[in-house]
Write a protein that binds this ligand. Structure first.
Ligand code: APR
Length: 320
């Protein structure tokens, strides 16, 4: 039987998710949005596209949670995106309220689903979603690391003039200005980036500028678009996570996962490499970090913790 993916939020990312899922024939799609017309309109449009590309999946649009009943995967993008000049943290108050409603909706209708959250500020919103819904921590993850790594990879490929697929890299920590690109865990054409630095194939100044561009990758796009934020790469990243779960691919992917002592962090969501298979988050991979990487990671964790404290001030329910 075909799997079912429900997309909570049928905006820019939600619509792109639906299109990618249908092209890949990954699952039937339910597009849910409080703006019912948007959900129904996009479902119809993409369903008509399946008639062109021959994909055999069903799509519906709805504003009724019952239609999302027994989903295998739920991907959440409900919320407001950033405007130029805003940080992800500025979205906290508004998106926290929205995520509380979403948590209520999905816990009743799809208690066994694998839930991927994309709504920002990511780490704190996914943590709030887990607390509000009470769903198991291995079944709730946040999408950020794949996107941040894809930006790091892209900028490196431009600098080194090699295809993106020849670069392996990781970005860990929180999905914000303190995210931690990991040069020591990066290879290009199979060779360590540290080695390329030593032989001056890339210099320290260019690498630092790439790290800074990666951290500001989302903001650069928002400034250019003027309206809305990035959606193609975020959607592609969300689909990679959903596919690894549905097909039990057991890929190692950087995701915002619940840490319970790993990396010295307890009771917090943050970006680390995890294995995603049919049981959800099956394992958290603990990399050994250099002193610099560890210091940067700790700084990022501190930022996530501080933002979560602000969330608790907004809604005391999160203190439970
Ligand atoms: N339930 C369901 N959908 C909602 C709710 C709600 N309570 N509140 C808002 N929405 C819907 C909006 O109607 C809108 O269609 O969420 C959708 C968000 O879509 P966009 O505004 O296009 O935003 P998008 O670019 O898709 O980003 C969504 O993901 O990456 C993050 O920062 C981004 O937080 C933002 C989110």
């Amino acid at each position: 039987m075909r799997k079912k993916i429900s997309l909570i939020g049928a905006g820019q990312i939600g619509g792109t998710l639906a299109h990618l899922i249908s092209i890949k024939e990954l699952a039937d799609v339910v597009l849910f949005d409080v703006a019912e017309g948007i959900a129904k309109g996009k479902a119809l449009d993409i369903a008509q596209a399946t008639a062109v590309d021959g994909s055999d999946v069903n799509l519906i649009g709805t504003s009724n949670y019952e239609d999302t009943n027994n989903s295998d995967v739920i991907i959440i993008t409900a919320g407001v995106p950033r405007k130029p000049g805003m940080t992800r943290d500025d979205l906290l108050g508004t998106n926290l309220k929205i995520i509380k409603q979403v948590a209520e909706g999905i816990k009743k209708t799809s208690p066994n689903a694998f839930v991927i959250c994309i709504t920002n500020p990511l780490d704190v919103i996914v943590m709030a979603l887990q607390k509000y819904s009470g769903l198991p921590t291995n079944k709730i993850v946040g999408m950020a690391g794949i996107l941040d790594s894809s930006r790091f990879k892209y900028f490196l490929s431009q600098e080194l003039k090699i295809p993106v697929k020849n670069i392996d890299t990781l970005v860990l920590g929180g999905h914000g200005d303190t995210m931690v690109p990991m040069p020591n865990h990066t290879t290009a054409n199979g060779r360590a980036l540290t080695q390329l630095l030593e032989e001056n194939t890339i210099n320290k100044k260019s690498l630092d500028s790439i790290i800074s561009k990666t951290r500001k990758g989302g903001a650069e796009i928002i400034k250019l678009l003027e309206k809305g934020s990035a959606f193609y790469a975020p959607a592609a990243s969300g689909v990679e996570m959903a596919e690894s779960y549905i097909k039990n691919l057991k890929k190692t992917l950087p995701c915002a996962a619940y840490l319970n002592g790993e990396y010295g962090v307890k009771d917090l969501y943050a970006g680390v490499p995890v294995i995603i298979g049919s049981k959800g988050v099956e394992k958290i991979i603990e990399l050994s970090l250099s002193k610099d990487e560890k210091d940067n990671f700790d700084l990022s964790i501190k930022a996530v913790k501080e933002l979560f404290s602000s969330a608790v001030k907004i809604d005391k329910d999160l203190a439970k």
